[in-house]
Design a protein around this ligand. Structure first.
Ligand SMILES: [Zn+2]
Length: 484
């Protein structure tokens, strides 16, 4: 029954309010018209007409005691006026909240006699009704794992709140369906008292408030944000944002940092299918090369990183990556492994020779006739520096390379006669002089112990012998220090 707009009632109400006239008196005027009509019609059929209420004595009235939901609420002359007031209250609530009101109220009446002054005014009756009325509405409650987290006036509002929570964690390309709640979330229609209905703003504010603890981590050793972000698969940006109160450069052992955004009542899981390229690192292989010294190496083939295309589902909880499910991995470019040749020959350097390591092979056999150092020259008879070691034997005695190297010079050179120079690298050269014949040419590679020529007495020489020199960075050194 919705008769709030009834002009008659409006008039009645205004009179009651203005003059504080009892509802019974006010409604009598309206009622009398109706009752007279009934009397008029029924007088033809009914003999005994009881019209007690009409010829009420001035001080005692037969009235209706009004009970709302079992609570005594007042006295009226007729039930209709009480019903009108009740409807008015429900209508007013419905208008105010723009909701359908479920009328779960029970108005009951009991005939009784009271004195005129005990009749209820409209104000009194309204007051009682507001006190005892159950203004039930069909609202929509959001449940997360069976816990109520808010009651909205419509399913649309409830859904909107849930969508808003999800949207926070969706990128522009993603749609709502890409987000799920970790919790079992339901929106159920529930009859509630109007006072329990919340606005969207109230529910959202509460959702933000009700956050549980952060996941935390205690800094150990030389942990830094980067290593932590790697270990816990948290984006650096997120880690920094979650720990805005901490200076990333001043992390110290024992400090506690946050590893998560606070866990909320509602937690959103998103699964983003992404496609990205990843480098495939190349490996480096080393090959042995006996043509080079141990301190030498050369790149035989440069390495090249490969490339793969990965498709993965990035699973995030409240925007923080928790897991990555790789669904496909396609190598689009194989890596090319790097190959390095590393020498195996023992390195001959001034330093290594001086340490007694990698000594030369004695280049020929024979008798030492003159050592390195100052001496009286056998021909000039002058006190001069002898820059090599003389080993005498018969002409044609084989001369061998003292160490591997490259022939850097051959042929006649002044007092040396026929000579050979070998460059061993690392600033080291050897010289073989007074030869009778030469068996190698400039640019030839020779190995330690290779035959390179024969003993003779060419140049300034008193008889067949080998004059052997060791030069380090162009300076002649005592060969005996470098021979086995
Ligand atoms: Zn000599």
């Amino acid at each position: 029954m919705r008769i709030f707009q009834n002009p008659v009632l409006k008039k009645l109400v205004s009179k009651c309010t203005s003059y504080k006239i009892s509802i019974c008196q006010a409604s009598l005027r309206q009622m009398s018209v109706l009752i007279l009509l009934i009397l008029f019609l029924s007088s033809f059929m009914i003999d005994n007409i009881q019209a007690a209420s009409l010829d009420a004595e001035p001080d005692t009235l037969t009235v209706q005691k009004v009970m709302l939901n079992g609570n005594e609420s007042g006295y009226v002359c007729d039930q209709t006026s009480a019903e009108i007031i009740m409807d008015e209250i429900l209508d007013e609530a419905a208008t105010r909240f723009n909701m359908e009101i479920a009328d779960g109220n029970v108005l009951s009446f009991e005939e009784t006699s009271i004195s005129r002054e005990d009749l209820s005014t409209k104000d009194v009756l309204e007051g009682s009704f507001r006190k005892y009325a159950k203004i039930l509405v069909n609202a929509y409650t959001i449940f997360a794992d069976d816990v109520s987290i808010g009651t909205l006036k419509s399913e649309e509002e409830a859904q909107q709140i849930l969508n808003n929570v999800k949207s926070q964690y969706l990128s522009d390309e993603e749609v709502l369906e890409d987000a799920q709640f970790q919790e079992d979330v339901k929106v159920l229609e529930t009859p509630v008292n109007l006072t329990q209905v919340q606005t969207m703003e109230e529910v959202e504010a509460e959702l933000e408030k009700k956050q549980e603890a952060f996941e935390e981590y205690t800094i150990q050793g030389d942990d830094n944000f980067w290593s932590i972000s790697q270990d816990y698969k948290i984006k650096m940006d997120d880690l920094v944002k979650m720990n805005e109160d901490k200076d990333p450069k001043k992390l110290r052992e024992g400090m506690v940092i946050r590893l998560s955004y606070p866990k909320s009542i509602l937690n959103v899981v998103t699964k983003e299918l992404t496609k990205y390229e990843e480098q495939i690192p190349y490996e480096t292989f080393t090959e042995k090369d006996d043509s080079m010294y141990t301190n030498e190496s050369k790149v035989i083939r440069e390495g090249q990183e490969g490339k793969k295309v990965i498709e993965a589902n990035i699973i995030r909880v409240n925007g923080v990556e928790k897991d990555r499910e790789i669904t496909s991995e396609v190598v689009v470019l194989e890596p090319v492994n790097k190959i390095i040749a590393r020498g195996t020959k023992k390195e001959v350097t001034a330093a290594s020779i001086a340490r007694g390591y990698g000594k030369f092979k004695t280049p020929t056999s024979g008798r030492i006739t003159s050592r390195f150092g100052k001496r009286t020259h056998p021909i000039t008879r002058r006190w001069t520096m002898h820059s090599g070691l003389d080993i005498a034997n018969s002409k044609g005695t084989a001369i061998y390379a003292a160490e591997s190297g490259t022939i850097s010079a051959t042929g006649w050179q002044g007092g040396y006669g026929k000579r050979i120079e070998i460059d061993h690298g690392a600033g080291i050269t050897t010289l073989y002089a007074h030869l009778s014949s030469i068996k190698v040419s400039s640019g030839d590679s020779v190995s330690r112990g290779d035959l390179i020529g024969y003993m003779g007495s060419t140049g300034n020489s008193t008889g067949p012998h080998l004059h052997f020199e060791v030069r380090i960075d162009g300076v002649a050194r005592n060969p005996q220090k470098y021979l086995n």
